[in-house]
Design a protein around this ligand. Structure first.
Ligand SMILES: Cc1cc2nc3c(=O)[nH]c(=O)nc-3n(C[C@H](O)[C@H](O)[C@H](O)COP(=O)(O)OP(=O)(O)OC[C@H]3O[C@@H](n4cnc5c(N)ncnc54)[C@H](O)[C@@H]3O)c2cc1C
Length: 438
């Protein structure tokens, strides 16, 4: 029409992102890329949220040993965008589950051959057990990994007569590792989603990616530099206390003179109720988030004398106080501080919670000796417990959507509704989704 100028989509929105975990930083990167004016507010002096570095008497360690998988495509793409090279960032290993008397390793073959061959060549499984695992995967594949009714992982494994050895060495470690929820209470549907995107997807998707960098350097710090290069701001030690609605958007108590058209709330779910308490329209959302239950993750770092090495960078343990051991010296051999440093991870709740820190470190050291006899005595240890590491990923869980009842106020975080359990990839995808809604 003559005289009418098409301005296209309205650009240059002023957007606040609250929280510099992986979700918030993913949103911020996507938003500066789209030309918006972005300010990220973070309570802590350290970037990364629940996946961050910690300075300790052992040197720079992480708040918890993490592991990613090849299926984390949005996280890997984001890392690439902000300039992190995958080769520097990770040790990439084919999926390997290794326990005393058991070994399953996916060969470097195209899907689904890698899985079939991994099962066929697995050590410690009888033929009947291998066939039971294959039948179970085939059953899931036939229905495109969609279950008619969600139930617990244990019930699903019972229904498919999965033998004890498969449960102990394969399904339960995969369940507790991915969902951080014991199989007796974990969602079978979310577990099926994880199997679909890892074991049943292309071979690279099931690869294990073990970070060589600390968790802040892996994504959040380079993402912050990227945001700043594109004109955005990342403000550390900047806790937002409250959000107020205005005619044109929102104001934050920390920055009362600035009006934002959009606010992306990317805080952990247990920080959300207090932050949003002043917005009565969001009372149902707050109730929904308060109904989530939590599962812990404990990482016990054990420092052995320099030169101490495990036979593999990652070892599994059944029925122990720790589930996995990571040899940090083999992950990053460029740094002396990692020599002889072992991170032992225990996911979800369990009997380890009955032990104090010293007793737990001693028990885990004793367990490691059963896998690797002849270890020298540890020189020191540090136990980091994240009590609310992730939400408990139970069947039929109602998780909040990206869009809230308030226009322009969006959620990002690992708990936002998706196919995924609480993971780095879930957090990154939710951040990208919030940015896409803007
Ligand atoms: C010990 C441990 C081990 C784990 N292992 C794995 C693993 O192996 N693989 C995997 O994929 N996932 C793992 N996870 C899960 C993964 O770390 C999380 O899913 C992910 O980091 C969540 O990111 P997020 O951005 O949603 O939230 P968060 O990381 O919690 O980020 C929220 C941020 O908001 C900030 N914030 C809160 N309130 C305010 C406020 N009022 N103002 C400003 N800032 C605020 C917080 O300080 C924080 O930085 C693990 C988690 C833990 C704790």
């Amino acid at each position: 029409m003559a005289g009418v100028v098409d301005r296209g989509p309205q650009l240059n929105k002023k957007i606040a992102v609250i929280g510099a975990g992986y979700a918030g930083m993913a949103a911020a990167v996507a938003l500066v890329d789209a030309g918006h004016e972005v300010t990220v507010f973070e309570t802590s002096r350290v970037l990364g949220g629940r996946a961050r570095k910690v300075e300790s008497n052992l040197g720079t360690i992480d708040n918890g040993q993490h592991i990613l998988i090849g299926a984390y495509r949005d996280t890997l793409a984001l890392m690439h965008k902000v300039g992190v090279s995958e080769a520097d960032a990770f040790l990439r290993l084919p999926l390997t589950l290794r326990y005393p008397g058991f070994k399953l390793q996916a060969p470097r073959l195209p899907a689904p051959l890698h899985l079939a061959l991994a099962l066929l060549t697995a050590q410690g499984l009888r033929w009947s057990e291998k066939l039971a695992a294959m039948r179970f995967m085939q059953w899931l594949q036939q229905r495109d990994f969609r279950l008619e009714v969600d139930g617990t992982v244990s019930a699903l494994l019972d229904a498919h007569a999965q033998p004890q050895v498969l449960r102990r060495h394969m399904w339960e470690p995969l369940c507790i590792g991915a969902l951080n929820t014991p199989s007796e209470t974990a969602s079978a549907q979310v577990f099926a989603n994880v199997l679909r995107d890892s074991l049943a997807a292309d071979r690279a998707a099931s690869d294990l990616l073990i970070p060589r960098l600390d968790l802040s350097a892996l994504l959040a710090e380079p993402a912050a530099r990227y945001v700043e290069r594109k004109g955005g701001q990342v403000r550390l030690s900047s806790a937002v206390g409250s959000i107020v609605r205005t005619d044109g958007g929102y104001r934050l108590d920390i920055d009362p003179d600035v009006e934002y058209s959009h606010v992306i709330v990317a805080v952990a779910p247990y920080h959300l109720p207090r932050l949003l308490a002043g917005l009565p329209e969001l009372a149902p959302l707050i109730a929904q988030v308060e109904a989530l239950a939590w599962e812990p993750i404990v990482t016990c770092y054990l420092r052995y004398p320099p030169g101490t090495r495990l036979p593999h960078p990652m070892l599994g343990m059944s029925d122990g106080n720790a589930h996995w051991f990571f040899d940090r010296g083999q992950l990053d051999d460029t740094s002396e501080q990692n020599e002889g440093l072992i991170a032992a991870v225990t996911s979800a709740r369990g009997r380890h919670q009955e032990l104090g820190k010293e007793a737990l470190a001693a028990a885990i050291d004793a367990e490691l000796r059963t896998l690797h006899p002849g270890l020298p005595a540890p020189l020191s240890s540090q136990v980091i417990t994240e009590k609310r590491a992730t939400f408990a990923c139970t069947p039929n869980l109602q998780r909040p959507a990206t869009q809230t009842a308030l226009p322009g106020l969006l959620l990002a975080g690992d708990y936002v509704a998706s196919d995924y359990p609480a993971t780095i990839e879930g957090a990154v995808r939710s951040g990208l989704q919030a940015a896409a809604v803007v």
